[in-house]
Design a protein. Structure first.
Length: 317
């Protein structure tokens, strides 16, 4: 990848990691202008009104928005009526929902193009789900079993790192395991300068003996976790993700039907994940003020992709 296409790495605080962001000013400006023009009911120079009318359907977008809002309305009661010990906990339930919406919008709308993958921080203070580990930096990238990818960068010296390929919501509803393949930091092959490359795809390339993560037809993301022991001392990883064969391609502006599909999907995912976490974490309420193993009922699902040693602990106070 040429330096002109490689994004400037940016870090938003100690331990947050360095994540690639690709920005194409020309394409972004065109998209922003056409979106503003649509809201104002005017036509950008050089774009005939009849072409714009043929390219979009207001009723489709309104329908998608209404379905999105209905999904959010349905997601609220199970979460807000879950057992709570105080008014503050009840308020935290609503805050959990707003954070879940924010996180899911990133996952299902802003970064949901496996042909043009981007890495992003999937769990932050105001954008999260479940019960994230405060010593962990979570980074995701949308991928697909249809393509092959190259994840590369520098290892840094974070205490513990993991890479995994994972299935999406549809597969989880069908009872399939979330994880497809894992690569733990100790097994990561790096050169003398700490650089590494991981190939991601359905099959390992012929003659390739380096780092590899397997995908399936229902794989939807690559997840990276950096678990810090001393945030102020450890250097986070530098990370880049690209689709093999897509070098030099510009991501096209999103089509109206694609945006409508994604908005509907975000609403459905918020509803599913809200219900999932209420039931999943609710099982720990009977034993407050203690740490309990998250996978105690399914020991076979212990995974080092979650935490060092594979035994993640959950506490309720």
């Amino acid at each position: 990848m040429s330096e002109s296409r490689r994004a400037r790495a940016e870090s938003d605080g100690a331990g947050e990691g360095t994540v690639e962001r690709r920005t194409f000013l020309k394409g972004g400006s065109a998209l922003a202008f056409s979106g503003a023009a649509g809201l104002l009911g005017c036509t950008p120079p050089g774009g005939p009104a009849e072409e714009l009318e043929a390219a979009s359907d207001p009723d489709e977008l309104v329908g998608a928005w209404n379905e999105f809002c209905e999904s959010l309305k349905a997601a609220a009661p199970p979460l807000l009526r879950a057992p709570a010990q105080s008014p503050e906990e009840r308020a935290s339930g609503l805050r959990f929902l707003t954070r879940l919406i924010s996180q899911t919008l990133d996952h299902g709308l802003e970064y949901d193009d496996p042909a043009f993958p981007q890495l992003y921080r999937s769990q932050e203070y105001a954008s999260q789900q479940g019960g994230p580990n405060p010593d962990t930096s979570y980074i995701d990238g949308r991928i697909s079993g249809e393509y092959d990818y190259r994840l590369f960068g520098r290892r840094g010296d974070v205490h513990f790192v993991t890479f995994s390929t994972q299935r999406g919501m549809k597969a989880l509803k069908e009872g399939k395991p979330g994880f497809v393949d894992n690569l733990v930091g100790q097994a990561l092959q790096v050169d003398s300068e700490g650089r590494f490359e991981i190939r991601i795809g359905r099959e390992r390339p012929d003659g390739y003996s380096g780092n590899f993560l397997r995908t399936t037809e229902d794989t939807e993301r690559v997840a990276i976790r950096q678990i810090f022991g001393a945030w102020h001392e450890e250097q986070p990883m530098e990370l880049h993700l690209e689709r093999i064969g897509g070098e030099g391609e510009l991501r096209p502006p999103p089509r109206f039907d694609d945006i409508a599909r994604r908005v509907r999907g975000v609403g459905a995912q918020v509803g599913f994940m809200s219900d999932f976490w209420v039931n999943d974490l609710g099982r720990f309420l009977s034993r407050p003020n203690s740490f309990q193993e998250y996978q105690e009922r399914d020991p076979d699902k212990r995974s080092v992709a979650y935490t060092p040693g594979g035994r993640a602990l959950v506490g309720v106070w």
